[in-house]
Design a protein around this ligand. Sequence first.
Ligand SMILES: *Cc1c(COP(=O)(O)O)cnc(C)c1O
Length: 377
Amino acid sequence: MEFRDLKAQYQKYKTEFDTAIQNVLINANFIGGKEVAELEEQLAGYVGVKHCISCANGTEAMTLVMMAWGIKAGDAVFIPDFTFFSTGEIVSFVGATPVFVDVNRDTFNIDTVKLEKAIQQVVAEGRLQPKAIIPVDLFGLPANFPEIDRIAKKYNLMVLEDGAQGFGGAIQGQRACSFGDAATTSFFPAKPLGCYGDGGAIFTNDDEAARLLHSLKVHGKGDDKYDNIRIGVNSRLDTIQAGILQVKLRAFIEHELEDVNRVYHMYNEQLQDTVEIPVIPDGFYSSFAQYTIKLKDKHQRDGLQAKLKEQGIPAMVYYTKPMHRQQAFADLAFSEQDFIVTNELCNIVLSLPMHPYLRQEDIDRVCAVIRAYCYAE
Ligand SMILES: *Cc1c(COP(=O)(O)O)cnc(C)c1O
């Protein structure tokens, strides 16, 4: 059984993928071919924003936004403690200071009450200038943007939605990657919308930021890439990846997003009396980058993961370590009291195989192992 079955997806759309790749080879426009602009337009249309700027990966997408917003040393940027390393890395990379905030135990996303407290604390200390919030749409579920927007307005902060795992999710019909002042996503192969290598994109309605981002991603170009008016980076999406993503986006819209939500309901039905299943709040829709259950404690979680592995079923722990305990952030000072939920989650979460090509018999088999294990315990 595959954790995320990219082979089944390839087999189903083999002709389309092969043709898309062949077309790029025939035209030999490996950088900046027409597929890139077409894809950007399709993505912006789907998400419902004015501008989509593709780039090399999801991490660099976020770095570019930090650069465009002029985030720098002395600035505080608020991020969830329970996320992939990138979200904090890019803040430190531009010289600013990440301020980690505990998450909500049900949604796994940034806790908005603790967020407001953290902002007030930074203001009171007066050492750093609060500048931005980077909420993460963890495991495919959009963060609580209605509440985050209220807080951002109150404290005059920018909001960057880290939608690396969130593409396809929604709140009251408004799609993920359209929240905040800008949003980013990743096309890493295992993400909800993945390519066959690295890729990423930025979304925004802000014309000025979009203009700046187009320049920053190509060596700070002015009129062209040999006219350089600022320091930028080299961060582009390959034409081949854009061609592949056009095929994948069609499949995603046609059935894949609905299929992962069908799998979610099928898992829920068989697991709800045995373990803590994912919580999707009313009005929210998830793209299920992960289907993550919670066990009683670390002992039960680790035991179950081992049991599943024994049966040939891959299950993963996202994440084993809170951000505030990563060695790279060791020079920042923390109080463990501020991260009670994240500290617990790292011990009890387990993500099960989740993808649009999971069959009923696969789900039955996973659930049978989990139920047998939990009842025998
Ligand atoms: C994957 C991921 C990223 C980084 O994306 P890359 O394309 O791998 O650079 C950032 N944030 C989160 C939450 C992610 O899951």
